[in-house]
Design a protein around this ligand. Structure first.
Ligand SMILES: Nc1ncnc2c1ncn2[C@@H]1O[C@H](COP(=O)(O)OP(=O)(O)OP(=O)(O)O)[C@@H](O)[C@H]1O
Ligand SMILES: [Mg+2]
Length: 361
């Protein structure tokens, strides 16, 4: 097990006009689970493949433990990678698949047996050890793929969207399972996902990438509570933060005197919009545009003539309200986020003074 340190890492694919990675600095501590998220094409897989040794380094350093591994072959890096397509050998039994990497490394027989037995027990795949992969369900195959990584006792695990082929229920189970195993073996891990729930629940350290750069790094709750940019505000959270250009509000006659002068956009999470407008900060008169009942909660989309995008209000439980209904909502001062003209966070904006009502419809 080892710390992974990435310094000023750049990647330019041959023939490409622009860099894919523009200088990544990132440390993943020994035993830590880092989750990597970001829009499609931002460079997540490229970064993972460079750490694994499957892509060359244009410039910068990758260290695993004390070693700079830039020039090492994948096999010499002592890393296990688990992909979306877990590529088990179809002609081998589960046991054969688990043993394969160890045999290649000329691990003694007794050691192979001990490791396979332990991994099979932990992963609950003992009943399938003598079956071929095609006789297993997707989730069982996924566990075998995990097992193959675990038996090697690598310095680190790299996961590239390992659960994206599975249905929602199995994803949920495997998410918990992978996290449990990662904790149990305390293996330094990097996990790439598109799934917000996986990102928020699995990460010790959440790394958000955007267009070949790291946008923000921190605990999931830190990133949720204090997004450093408009990009972060809309990316983290499902749905993301409501973002209101201050000019829209001024145009509608809302007094924003209490906000810092350089505020260009104010943000508020859907769960912080409230219909309790007594003594509230900014108050808006809106119209219900659409209602989504999602079982445990309701999302209400609210619009107004002066707004460039609808606001979303989130309520626990079922809320019955018809499209077209006028709704007065408040943006409580304590939950406002302010962003400047460069799209960067100003700090939780606080607002004093009397409540203001603006007719925006
Ligand atoms: N072998 C390659 N040659 C040239 N360009 C590449 C190569 N592999 C990836 N790219 C480009 O590099 C950028 C980053 O790709 P990458 O696969 O790392 O993105 P990603 O964040 O993993 O996206 P996704 O979420 O869709 O998997 C993309 O613009 C992609 O087209
Ligand atoms: Mg990818």
């Amino acid at each position: 097990m080892a710390r992974i340190q990435i310094g000023a890492l750049r990647k330019t694919y041959p023939g490409a006009k622009t860099d894919t990675l523009h200088g990544i600095d990132l440390t993943i501590e020994d035993g830590e689970m880092a989750v990597l998220v970001g829009p499609s094409g931002c460079g997540k897989s490229t970064l993972l493949r460079m750490i694994a040794g499957l892509e060359s380094v244009t410039s910068g350093d990758i260290r695993i433990g004390e070693r700079v591994v830039n020039q090492l072959e994948p096999a010499e890096r002592d890393i296990a990678m688990v992909f979306q397509n877990y590529a088990l050998y179809p002609h081998m039994t589960v046991r054969g698949n688990l043993e394969y990497g160890l045999k290649n490394r000329r691990t003694p027989r007794a050691e192979i047996d001990a490791r396979v037995t332990e991994a099979a027990r932990v992963l609950e795949i003992e009943p399938f050890l003598d079956r071929k992969p095609q006789a297993l369900s997707g989730g069982q195959r996924q566990r075998v793929a995990m097992g193959r990584a675990i038996v090697r006792k690598p310095q680190a695990f790299l996961f590239d969207e390992p659960l994206s082929n599975l249905d929602a229920r199995l994803r949920g189970q495997m998410r918990v399972e992978i996290r449990r195993l990662q904790r149990r073996f305390a293996t330094t891990s990097i996990y790439v996902t598109h799934d917000q729930l996986e990102a928020m629940t699995m990460a010790d350290k959440l790394v958000v990438m955007n267009a070949g750069r790291i946008e923000q790094v921190g605990s999931p709750m830190d990133l949720f509570d204090a997004p450093r940019s408009l990009f972060m505000a809309s990316f983290i959270g499902a749905p993301g933060m409501n973002l209101l250009p201050v000019d829209d509000l001024r145009g509608a006659g809302v007094d924003l005197g209490g906000l810092p002068g350089n505020t260009s956009v104010i943000g508020i999470r859907p769960e912080h919009l409230t219909t309790d407008t007594v003594g509230a900060g900014i108050v808006l008169d809106l119209t219900v545009e659409a209602v989504e009942l999602v079982g445990s909660e309701t999302l209400v989309h609210l619009g107004a003539a002066g707004l460039s995008a609808p606001l979303v209000l989130r309520r626990p439980g079922a809320l019955s309200v018809a499209p077209g209904t006028p709704l007065r909502v408040a943006l409580p001062a304590g939950h406002l986020h302010g962003f400047d003209g460069h799209g960067l966070r100003i700090g939780a904006a606080s607002r004093q003074g009397q409540p203001q009502t603006a007719a925006m419809s």
